[in-house]
Design a protein around this ligand. Structure first.
Ligand code: 13P
Length: 243
């Protein structure tokens, strides 16, 4: 069984969320994690069987932080997972390792599992430095975490160039390329911290490529963007991964 995590980003309006929940009712929902926009978390908690995740968390548990949502608030809404280090936040919000360390520690205090994203851009891929780049993204954060925190992490490998923008179909890596990078991540973490972590793949996972991707044994699951907002695609993926 593969872990399926839907990162719904900012794709859906409230009515779309209600329809999505209605149209994806299945026995698999209880094993699948959905990370909706904060404003819809309560809808998922009350109207669906999905496990709840968050797309973000505050760097601090301070209460006087306008517009932020802290880890204890997430916990009070039953969130069990949270995404940290997504490339869209690295690029749009300028977030970096120092921010991710704080966020991961905040989540860990509340026993919420961090899903830490890493991935190379087109430039790193083209210059052949993917592994060095990802290794640095990982170590800049993991070197500053307690072993008990590292143990609980899930890492998501998301090549930035493979993430759909909604505008045009993105390229995706070959299974061999994914396998190679996921092995590298697992080995690096194992060698350095003696921990076996789960590693997901993300970047244009959809109905068309899920059967092919499932052939990569070493991948523990998927972080899915666009296709996690389309009921028919998501149902198909759940069936293929959770049975
Ligand atoms: P897509 O599946 O839309 O390419 O997004 C991947 C992603 O960024 C998940 O976090």
């Amino acid at each position: 069984m593969k872990l399926v995590i839907g990162n719904q980003k900012a794709y859906l309006l409230k009515d779309d969320v209600l329809k999505f929940i209605e149209n994806t009712k299945s026995k698999y929902c209880k094993d699948v994690i959905i990370c909706p926009s904060f404003i819809y978390m309560d809808i998922y908690a009350n109207k669906s069987n999905y496990i709840l995740g968050s797309q973000n968390v505050s760097v601090t548990d301070r209460k006087n932080t306008t517009g932020e949502v802290n880890a204890s608030q997430l916990k009070s809404c039953n969130a069990c997972y949270a995404i940290v280090g997504h490339s869209e936040r690295r690029l749009d919000q300028g977030e970096d390792a120092s921010v991710f360390i704080k966020k991961i520690n905040e989540l860990s205090k509340e026993k919420i599992t961090p899903i830490f994203c890493v991935g190379e851009g087109k430039e790193e891929k083209n210059t052949g430095i993917t592994k060095d780049f990802i290794g640095k993204q990982l170590l800049d954060v993991l070197d500053n975490l307690e072993p008990s925190v590292i143990e609980k992490l899930i890492v998501a490998y998301e090549p930035v160039w493979a993430i759909s923008t909604g505008a045009e179909p993105a390229e995706t890596p070959t299974n061999e390329e994914i396998n190679d990078v996921v092995c590298y991540i697992k080995d690096l973490v194992n060698d350095k911290y003696e921990v076996e972590i789960r590693v997901l793949y993300g970047g244009s996972v959809n109905k068309e490529n899920i059967d092919h991707l499932n052939e990569i044994g070493i991948v523990d699951g998927y972080l899915i963007g666009g296709a996690s907002t389309k009921a028919d695609e998501f149902l198909y993926i759940m069936e293929k991964c959770c049975k």
